[in-house]
Design a protein around this ligand. Sequence first.
Ligand code: UN1
Length: 513
Amino acid sequence: MNTDIQSILNKLGVKAINAAFSTGSVWGGELNSERLESFSPVDGKLIAATKVASASDYDHVIAKAQAAFTEWRTIPAPKRGDIVRQFGDALRENKDALGTLVSYEMGKSLQEGFGEVQEMIDICDFAVGLSRQLYGLTMHSERPNHRMYEQWHPLGIVGIISAFNFPVAVWAWNTALALVCGNVCIWKPSEKTPLTAIACQHIIATVFKANDVAEGVCNLILGDRTVGELMTNDSRVALISATGSTRMGKAVGAAVGARLGKSLLELGGNNAIIISEHADLDMSLIGAVFGAVGTAGQRCTSTRRLIIHENVYDAFTAKLVKAYGQLGIGDPLDQNNHVGPLIDQDAVAAYLDSIEKCKAEGGNFVVEGGVLSGDEYSSGCYVKPCIAEVKNEFAIVQHETFAPILYLIKYKTLEEAIALQNGVPQGLSSAIMTLNLREAEHFLSVKGSDCGIANVNIGTSGAEIGGAFGGEKETGGGRESGSDAWRAYMRRQTNTINYSNTLPLAQGIKFDL
Ligand code: UN1
């Protein structure tokens, strides 16, 4: 193992690797359970192994979480916010180490690893303010000497199922909000990134311990789909917040729906940028290339399609081809590289399969793909970002492939461009590059983008935490992080109080005894 990584693991306290779960700072699990191994896609090496939680481990965690909830929910929200503030400070202290581990375990560039931890810090800051702003409305009662208002109470246990591509930030979005709202959390991270999860659990558990917070407010449970299924089918888990593929989300949504539980789904995207004839092409290039190759095309917000006006199509394509020729692909910890590896060999196979399918449907590759070989690429997970001219209706273009494959589509009118942009099953993020005000506003209007995120002169990826994050259609409809996304983590209670001497009924109904 790389010695730097060993010292980073030590600094982050990732040593309880024989455990399958953690409730607070207490680690446990059945020791004869299966091993869950974490291999780095950077160099293919085994970083460490953990255990997989059993059904009885799971029940133990649920019991701890239930007990912790009875205490945590009674702590005033601003005090809970103060503990989240301390968590944010602990993340600041650990930003370099955690960002590096994210980069090594997941494969995203170091800059993006640091960015991910910054996103965690930002959501903590947001949640601290929010802890004093969990507002309900007051209403005027139709009855004299009556008062009506609504208040928000926590839900209970929030189950967080996160994906490998944002192994820590998406957990933090959910956790920071859920905590200030008074909930307790059980986190099932991706089985591809258990070590970053263990690191986060150590960081938050240390903060909780220093504040005498009950064990079981934040819990980590390691395992595969089986653990996820235990959570989704369990009515003791009030909200399931799940990030992943549309296929996974449909299964989660159905299971949680069947028990009338709450779910918050953050699923696949098929995000497009419209490059108008009125675009600043140099600026557009940065947005498009970062969107397409950042995180090696493994963000749910990655740019998958460019819908380019016919008047600038050739010029912009030429710029793209040139820019792709200059991309550094390799070790993501080396800051000279722009693109790291895909997460694993399965992802490489899916990438190759999509290229084949695209060719079979008539796609014309202007930048060819392929798997890189040689010492630096010994993990076998490094691929070339590629670009193909396609038709929007190709089956492969309608599908989200989690890889750096960028599709180009030509358009003539803005209406046509918007129809193409909306003409996919997913609805997460979208953008238009234009300096023309009418075009920009049209794109944002009710006749424009049907996505949860619609940007002007910004790419599809890299949203700030302050806005509500999520998308429509097959993206699942959930909203996380900023704005009023906190409401998904609470239950609303309407309260009507009669301080008169009589009991008048609403709607003027007479009922005398
Ligand atoms: C994801 O890919 O699941 O907007 C989340 C972005 C990031 C979050 C992506 N802030 O690209």
